[in-house]
Design a protein around this ligand. Structure first.
Ligand code: FAD
Length: 385
C-alpha cells in the first residue's frame, strides 16, 4: 500500500550515540520497532571525561542483556578499580569500594557500546549527521538533516545528545544554570609516577574545596587527569580553570613529584557537566531526554555514564509502552519521568545535600580524614562510596 508523504520512516530516532543513546538502542533490540540512531561525529570518537566507568553502567548492560555485560568483562582495554586514595594537607587515606568500577578511555568504552549496537541490533546508524530544527506535529516528528536536503521522520525521538543537547535546547528552552553545572578540564598524561592500576587518586586543595583534581590510571601507562568546579564559583571567583589545573599540580608537593617525568598527551580540554541537582523537563509529546541531555550527573562524584545508560534503558522501556498503547502524548510520556526520578531522585538529592554541606563546611574533609583513621568509621564511609 502506498504510504502518505508524511508517513514516519522510523518508529524511533535516537539523537546521540554516547552511553545514553547506545543503551537505549540496545534496550530496543527485540521491540520489533524500526529504530535509527544519529550522531554528529564518526566513531571511534573521544569524549572529554574522567574515564571512570561506574558499576551502574555495567549493571545496566546486564539488565539489558547479560551477554553485553559478559562482552564488557572480556573487553581488555580497561582496569578494574577497587580503591580510591584521597590526598589532603600532606595526608593520604585509602578507601576500598564495595561496588565494582572500571577505568576505560571513552574513545574505547563508547566505541565498545557503539559496536554492540552495530553488531547486535537492527538499528540504522547515521554518523556524521546533525539534525536541524525539529518539528513535532500531531502524528510524527520531522528531523531535517543539517547541510543536506534529507529529512528523516519518526513517531518519536529520544534526545541523547549530551551536555550541550540541541534537542533539549529546542524542545524545552533549556539554559545553563551555573549553580548546577560544573566547568571542567581534562588531559591525558603518559608516565605519571606511582599509579596503581586498581586505585583512583583524588587530590584536594583548600582553595578549591569541595572541588578536587583527579588522577585516574588507564592502560598503556596513561593517566586521565582533570579538575572541575561549579560554574557559579568559577564566575564568582574569576578562576581561570586551565591555569588553576596547572597550578594545582605545580603547587601540591605530592603531585609535583608524581608529574616530574610525565608527558602531556594531546591538549588540556574543557567540557561541562550538567548536574542532577536540578533535573529539568524530561519528556513531552513524542520525545524523551536522556543522559546529560536530561542533566543527570552525580553532583559529588561527577559520575554520569551509569545514569546516562540507566536513563537510556528506561526511555526504551517507556517507548515500547508508547507503541503498545499507541499513545505518544505528554501525559503518557510522564511514565518515563516517574521511572527515572523513582530510580535516581532520592540519590541525587542526597548527593546534592552532601555537596552543599561540604562547600559550606570544608572542615568536614578534615573529619573524613580523621574518621578514615578509625577502622569502624572507615567501614561506614566505604559503604557510602
Ligand atoms: C571532565 C569530565 C569528567 C567526567 N568524568 C566522568 C567519570 O569519570 N565518570 C562518569 O561516569 N562520568 C563522568 N563525566 C560525565 C560523563 O562524561 C557524561 O555524564 C556522559 O558522557 C553522558 O553520556 P551521554 O550519552 O548522555 O552523552 P555523551 O557521552 O556526551 O554523548 C552524546 C553523543 O551525542 C552526540 N551529539 C552531540 N550533539 C549532537 C547533535 N546536535 N546531533 C547529533 N549528535 C550529537 C555526540 O557526538 C556524542 O556522541 C565527566 C564529564 C566531564 C565533562
Amino acid at each position: 500500500m502506498p504510504q502518505p508523504d508524511n508517513a514516519p520512516v522510523y518508529d524511533i530516532v535516537i539523537i546521540g550515540a554516547g552511553p545514553a543513546g547506545c543503551a537505549c538502542a540496545l534496550a530496543l533490540k527485540d521491540a520489533g520497532l524500526r529504530v535509527a540512531i544519529l550522531d554528529k561525529q564518526n566513531f571511534p570518537r573521544d569524549k572529554v571525561c574522567g574515564d571512570a566507568i561506574p558499576g551502574r553502567a555495567i549493571k545496566t548492560l546486564r539488565n539489558i542483556d547479560p551477554a553485553y555485560e559478559a562482552s564488557f568483562r572480556q573487553f581488555s582495554k580497561k582496569f578494574a578499580t577497587k580503591k580510591t586514595s584521597l590526598f589532603y594537607k600532606g595526608q593520604a587515606i585509602t578507601f576500598n569500594w564495595v561496588g565494582e568500577a572500571y577505568t576505560c578511555a571513552r574513545m574505547d568504552f563508547d566505541n565498545f557500546l557503539f559496536s554492540l549496537v552495530k553488531e547486535n541490533t537492527g538499528t540504522e546508524i547515521f554518523t556524521d549527521t546533525t539534525p536541524g530544527t525539529l518539528i513535532i506535529s500531531n502524528d510524527h516528528v520531522t528531523i531535517p538533516v543539517k547541510n543536506s536536503d534529507r529529512t528523516i521522520t519518526a513517531k518519536m525521538i529520544i534526545g541523547a545528545d549530551g551536555a550541550q543537547s540541541a534537542v533539549a535546547k529546542q524542545l524545552t528552552n533549556r539554559t545553563v544554570d551555573r549553580d548546577h553545572y560544573v566547568g571542567s578540564v581534562r588531559a591525558y598524561y603518559e608516565n605519571v609516577a606511582d599509579l596503581n592500576n586498581d586505585t583512583t587518586d583524588i587530590y584536594f586543595d583548600k582553595r578549591f574545596l569541595p572541588s578536587y583534581l583527579w588522577v585516574f590510571p588507564l592502560p598503556g601507562n596513561m593517566a586521565n587527569v582533570g579538575f572541575g568546579m561549579l560554574s557559579s564559583e568559577i564566575a564568582k571567583r574569576k578562576i581561570n580553570i586551565k591555569k588553576a589545573f596547572y597550578e594545582f599540580i605545580e603547587q601540591t608537593p605530592e603531585l609535583k613529584l608524581k608529574f616530574k617525568d610525565a608527558v602531556l598527551y594531546g591538549d588540556l580540554e574543557g567540557f561541562g557537566l550538567p548536574l542532577g541537582s536540578k533535573i529539568g523537563v524530561l519528556s513531552g509529546a513524542r520525545y524523551m531526554l536522556t543522559g546529560d541531555a536530561a542533566s543527570l550527573i552525580d553532583p559529588i562524584s561527577g559520575d554520569g555514564i551509569g545514569n546516562a545508560m540507566l536513563s537510556g534503558r528506561l526511555a526504551a522501556l517507556q517507548a515500547i509502552q508508547c507503541f503498545q498503547q499507541n499513545n505518544f502524548t505528554a501525559p503518557f510520556m510522564q511514565g518515563y519521568d516517574s521511572a527515572l526520578t523513582g530510580a535516581l531522585g532520592k540519590e541525587l538529592k542526597a548527593r546534592y545535600r552532601a555537596q552543599r554541606i561540604l562547600s559550606k563546611v570544608p572542615a568536614l574533609l578534615d573529619v573524613v580524614f580523621f574518621a578514615g583513621k578509625n577502622k569502624i568509621l572507615k567501614k561506614v564511609i566505604q559503604k557510602g562510596l
